[in-house]
Design a protein. Structure first.
Length: 486
């Protein structure tokens, strides 16, 4: 079917079709019914601060996301704060990653392997979740795809002097990814495994070691500094066996693609590149989690580039197997498989684009607050992190007094602000007639752990009565009225 299409046109198809396909998947339902969940709310409220205030905040919290916050601040300044501005960078990043997969697959296993892998990336369940997420993980996936593409071109081209611009681009790409999420440095041992697999020459190994080490050295200050903010990940549970089911399935699927690719010798192939890129970051994160709980799939989302490459290799092998017997139909195999996958995954695709796909919706509960509030009312947040609702939708909270707040998030250079001591909160509460409590819905709420939150709950229970209670999309707003005179 494609025998009469020139190599230049094939290259154009590989660049455009996966990019536009993934872009369409990302733009489909991008606003998620105008919902924003808690992780994205952190991006939203920080990106809206002046650059100087963001920099000051990074000294206290979230330094690991500093580069991403500054990038989003610039986009919010130019295009305004909206769900489109929040999520479109991730959509474009995954589309770019799909193009990298397509070029890698074509280079290593043929046109159909490249096209199949590029189209498959955006359909992977984990990728579909972060495809429309206002966080940095999709950008890291794009960087992993680009750095892998650069490495393959350098291995194929040898260690000649003319390769230094690409080696520089490789090192800078790895460094930028590390500044977005330093766990992305797990891409380096994955690339090392590929170089070992193909028995790369001494010159290539030395240059890879030099530029990779430079990237690590550039990210090292951030790594060391952010370790002092490790309380941010203290909520991650210890590694358990059931948490390994997902990685096990991914490795099994990747193994099938590698088996179908079946390179004849230890040469540069889709298996030699894709299998380490899939397996090494997953296994590396599992190993790190045995020391400190860190196992979250989003930290190694970039390993899905390897899985897509292996899926593409499997599809390419199927096309080659079908061509001798069914030469006319072989060219329809990849589009047909992708179409079947779209239909089979439709419930998942719709689910990922619904507000219920996330644990909560910050914007929805803000709307309920706006409807329920009265002049002179006060508001409380339990836990204090639920103040993100007011930070993202300040208009909905106009006229309400935040009783517990001692210093605003901007003044305190924090994400949620600093609250007053429990006794002061109690005294302020006892002087109120009506209080709105913003918290988690009953399905996801946890018992108050902070002393301040226990004090809030005790006063409300002993001196106030519930007159209104609404739960919407993972959040809850309850209206309390004072029993007797304040």
């Amino acid at each position: 079917m494609l025998c009469h299409i020139s190599a230049a046109r094939r290259g154009l198809l590989l660049r455009l079709v996966p990019f536009l396909w993934t872009l369409a998947l990302g733009l489909w339902g991008l606003s998620r019914q105008d919902s924003v969940w808690r992780d994205e709310a952190a991006t939203w409220q920080v990106a809206g601060r002046p650059a100087g205030e963001i920099w000051r905040m990074l000294g206290n919290v979230d330094a690991v996301h500093g580069l991403y916050y500054l990038l989003m601040h610039g986009l919010f300044e130019v295009f305004g704060a909206s769900t489109t501005t929040l999520r479109l960078p991730s959509v474009l990043a995954v589309a770019a990653a799909a193009t990298c997969v397509a070029l890698l697959g074509s280079r290593l296993a043929g046109f159909w392997a490249g096209l199949g892998g590029g189209l498959a990336l955006g359909l992977l369940p984990a990728v579909q979740f972060y495809l429309q997420e206002g966080r940095p993980y999709a950008l890291v996936a794009a960087g992993a795809g680009l750095s892998t593409l650069l490495l393959v071109s350098l291995v194929e081209g040898g260690p000649g002097r003319r390769g230094w611009p690409r080696w520089t681009a490789y090192g800078l790409t790895v460094l930028v990814c590390a500044l977005l999420n330093w766990l992305s440095l797990l891409v380096l041992p994955a690339h090392a495994a590929t170089l070992w697999w193909v028995r790369a020459g001494r010159g290539v190994l030395l240059r890879w070691a030099a530029y990779g080490s430079a990237a690590v050295a550039g990210a090292l200050p951030l790594i060391l500094f952010s370790r002092g903010q490790s309380d941010q990940v203290s909520w991650i549970p210890p590694l358990t066996w059931h948490m390994l089911i997902g990685p096990g399935i991914l490795l099994a699927v990747g193994g099938l693609g590698a088996w179908a690719d079946r390179p004849d010798r230890k040469s540069l192939s889709a298996t030699a590149v894709g299998l380490p890129l899939l397996a090494v970051p997953q296994l590396g994160l599992i190993g790190l989690s045995l020391v400190q709980p860190l196992f979250l799939d989003r930290y190694v989302l970039f390993s899905m580039v390897g899985l897509a490459l292996l899926i593409g290799a499997g599809l390419g092998a199927a096309v080659r197997a079908c061509t001798p017997r069914f030469p006319g139909a072989a060219g329809l195999l990849v589009p047909g498989v992708i179409a079947v996958a779209v239909v089979a995954l439709l419930p998942l695709e719709l689910g990922k684009r619904a507000p219920a796909s996330r644990v909560d919706d910050v914007l929805a509960v803000a709307g309920e607050v706006d409807l329920l509030k009265r002049d002179g009312d006060a508001v409380l947040f339990v836990p204090a992190a639920r103040r993100d609702t007011a930070l993202v939708s300040p208009r909905a909270f106009t006229g309400l007094t935040d009783l517990a707040l001692a210093r605003t998030p901007v003044d305190s250079a924090t994400l949620k602000g600093e609250e007053a001591e429990p006794d002061r909160i109690r005294a302020s509460l006892l002087g109120q007639r009506r209080v709105l409590l913003v918290t988690d819905s009953a399905k996801v709420a946890r018992a108050p752990s902070a002393e301040r939150d226990r004090a809030k709950a005790a006063v409300l229970r002993e001196h106030f009565a519930v007159v209104e209670d609404r739960q919407v999309r993972g959040r809850r707003v309850t209206v309390y009225e004072r029993r007797g005179e304040p």
